[in-house]
Design a protein around this ligand. Structure first.
Ligand code: ZN
Ligand code: MN
Length: 135
């Protein structure tokens, strides 16, 4: 488990909505996408608000931030550790249904004497949709 923030935050309806939206999707949206999705509902919302709320959710361990060296971070409310496939053509991020190899964490602990909290693995290539399109 990542280290989580135990600080108390004032409850926020907007933050609850952001978490709700993230829980309902498996598309790993960006802050921008979430902002566009919510601005009708909350006309006073700013992109800065969305980032601030996302950071709090990340600090609380309720949301994972995925940065693959791309321009924008993506967010995932499915916090059980899992692996991803990233399409280098369309940028889709797909969840992989394969078991998390906790034994690897222990292996690295033995190698380094460190305490491992988790590891992340990404597979890169061209997704099936993009492959089919180009046939
Ligand atoms: Zn693709
Ligand atoms: Mn995911």
């Amino acid at each position: 488990m990542p280290i989580t923030d135990t600080k108390r935050y004032k409850r926020s309806k907007q933050r609850e909505r952001i978490l709700e939206i993230l829980k309902k999707t498996n598309t790993h949206p960006t802050a921008d996408w979430i902002y566009n999705h919510l601005k009708k509902e909350y006309p006073k919302l700013s992109l800065g608000n969305v980032y601030r709320n996302l950071n709090i959710l990340v600090n609380q361990g309720l949301v994972h931030e995925l940065s693959f060296g791309s321009t924008f971070d993506h967010y995932d409310a499915h916090t059980e550790e899992h692996y991803h496939f990233i399409c280098q053509s369309c940028g889709a991020i797909l969840d992989l249904e394969m078991p998390y190899i906790g034994a690897d964490d222990r292996k690295v602990e033995k190698m380094t004497g460190a305490k491992v909290h988790f590891h992340r693995t990404e597979f890169y290539g061209i997704c099936k949709k993009c492959l089919d399109k180009n046939q």
